[in-house]
Each structure stands twice: as structure tokens, then as C-alpha cells.
Design a protein around this ligand. Structure first.
Ligand code: CA
Length: 223
């Protein structure tokens, strides 16, 4: 899942970026409002963490512009304890959740998962297609009760395909969801990753189809 962290406090931003990457997110970080606004205009994120107190364009303005562009990406705002008015204005402007600093990283991650689930309207923290299941909280994929050993990136790829099961997912879309700005991702990288994931899933009867010229699609094991 691709996430944008907007935070001007370098220590907090680095810590968050590292934590979320370890949890399997493709995390980008913007440290001012202008950079965030431009990233949100040009890239597709699955969820955004937005600090409201930013130098230059503040977080509320970033949020206002985002919603003016009709983007529905879930936004979790971060506010200082003494800026509760901003929190209310943020929610009025279309933020989906908020946390007051300082916060507990595990709680932040739980809130992010809740926002991602709400976005999919599928309910539950577990994705399931036939015997294949993926637990977004523990980042564990299983066939029946058997765990499938996958790398963090393979798990992210599987997650994107499962969240869109039965629909074609283009390479561009996969690149956007799986790689950050700093990574030189090419469509070759997606093909290599797809090859490895398929090899691990094929033996369990899970088929990822190539829809020529369009992308990939995950079928259920029965098909
Ligand atoms: Ca700040």
C-alpha cells in the first residue's frame, strides 16, 4: 500500500517512514505543504498522514486542495495537543481520522488499517479469496492454515491484487502502489516480482492471469 507522510519534524518523519516501510507500506515523505500538494496532485496514494502545522502552506490548505480535486484518499491528520480547533477544521474539510501528538506508532498503524478497510468497503481485517487469505495486521498470507512464505514486497503485491480480485490491475498501478519516489522501479521490476509470486502461488492453485496489454488479475482458486 502506498502512503504519503506529510511531516516537517525530521525526526518524527524519519521514524514514521522507517516504521511504516518495515510494516510493508511503500512510504513517501513530504516535509512541507507545497511538496505534499504536488505529490498528491501527481501520484496515487492509498492513505495519507498529514501533519497540520507545516511551514508555508499548512496542512489544512493541503487538505482543502486535495478535496477540491475530488480526491477521496483517506487522510489521517496529526495535530499538536494545543491545536484542537485545527483538528475540528480538519475534520470539517474532509479528514477521516486524527491523532494528537505524541502518539503511539502501533495505534497509528491500527488506525491506518481501519482507514484502508473503510476505503474498500469489504469489512474485516482479513482478505479472503477461496482458500487464500491475507491478514493485513500481521501481514501473513495463508492457503487454508498453511502459511505461504513471501517477501515483504511479494506480500504487498499480493495484497494489491487481492484487494482488487477479479479486476485487472495495470503495471502502472502496481508500480504506484508498491514503490516510493526513491526507488527506480521499472515495469521489469514488476515482471520479476510477479514471476516470483506466481511461482510461490501456482503450486497452491492460485492463478494470477496476465491480461495482455492491460495488466494482471487474480483469479480465485476454484477458477
Ligand atoms: Ca509540524
Amino acid at each position: 500500500m502506498r502512503i504519503l507522510i506529510v511531516e516537517d519534524d525530521a525526526v518524527l518523519a524519519d521514524g514514521l517512514t522507517r516504521t511504516l516501510r518495515q510494516s510493508g507500506y511503500a512510504a513517501d515523505c513530504a516535509n512541507n505543504g507545497e511538496q505534499a500538494d504536488s505529490a498528491l496532485s501527481n501520484e496515487n496514494y492509498d492513505v495519507v498522514i498529514l501533519d497540520l502545522g507545516l511551514p508555508g502552506m499548512d496542512g489544512l490548505e493541503v487538505l482543502r486542495r486535495l478535496r477540491t480535486r475530488k480526491s477521496t484518499v483517506p487522510v489521517l491528520i496529526l495535530t499538536a495537543r494545543d491545536a484542537l480547533d485545527d483538528r475540528v477544521r480538519g475534520l470539517d474539510l474532509g479528514a477521516d481520522d486524527y491523532m494528537v501528538k505524541p502518539f503511539d506508532p502501533p495505534e497509528l498503524e491500527a488506525r491506518l488499517r481501519a482507514l484502508l478497510r473503510r476505503g474498500q468497503a469489504s469489512g474485516g481485517g482479513e482478505l479472503r479469496i477461496g482458500e487464500l487469505s491475507f491478514d493485513a495486521a500481521t501481514r501473513c498470507a495463508r492457503i487454508g492454515k498453511q502459511i505461504i512464505e513471501l517477501s515483504p514486497r511479494e506480500l504487498s503485491l499480493l495484497e494489491v491484487l487481492m484487494r482488487r480480485a477479479g479486476k485487472v490491475v495495470g503495471k502502472e498501478q502496481l508500480l504506484e502502489h508498491l514503490y516510493t519516489w526513491d526507488e527506480e522501479a521499472t515495469s521489469n521490476a514488476i515482471e520479476v516480482l510477479m514471476h516470483r509470486l506466481r511461482r510461490k502461488l501456482d503450486q497452491h492453485g492460485v492463478i494470477i492471469r496476465t491480461v495482455r496489454g492491460l495488466g494482471y488479475m487474480l483469479d480465485s482458486p476454484e477458477v
